[in-house]
Ligand binder design. Structure first.
Ligand SMILES: [Zn+2]
Length: 120
């Protein structure tokens, strides 16, 4: 995994209030399923960046469009919800999922640097 990818994951974790950093490991909650996950601060190994609005639909690397997700959840979202591969009837559900994820990201939003001393 590239260094810039790991840097981006760190910035997403820093702005997600469910994440804490301890011993070089970020621990928090998957944006998609809400389950616990952790990843290596240095390499990003263990989780993946989720583009809430996919790049194929014009989504950007803006931090508010990004979340940390399990690799399997991210794959699942892409496989089941990619509108290019789905019947039109599914697209309302897909749009609803995107709205939920954007709202969750907003709800978890954290400003400013993480207080690393706070992490016990
Ligand atoms: Zn997950």
């Amino acid at each position: 995994m590239s260094q810039s990818h790991a840097d981006l994951m760190r910035r997403v974790a820093e702005t997600d209030s469910t994440f804490v950093l301890k011993d070089g490991l970020w621990t928090g909650r998957c944006l998609i399923c809400g389950g616990p996950l952790c990843f290596d601060e240095r390499t990003g190994d263990g989780a993946t960046i989720e583009h809430i609005l996919p790049r194929s639909l014009g989504g950007t690397n803006d931090l508010r469009n990004l979340g940390i997700a399990h690799v399997r959840c991210n794959n699942e979202k892409g496989r089941h919800w990619d509108p290019r591969r789905q019947h039109h009837a599914r697209q309302d559900r897909y749009a609803a999922l995107l709205q939920r994820l954007l709202a969750d990201r907003e709800r978890r939003w954290r400003e400013g640097p993480v207080d690393r001393e706070r992490v016990v």
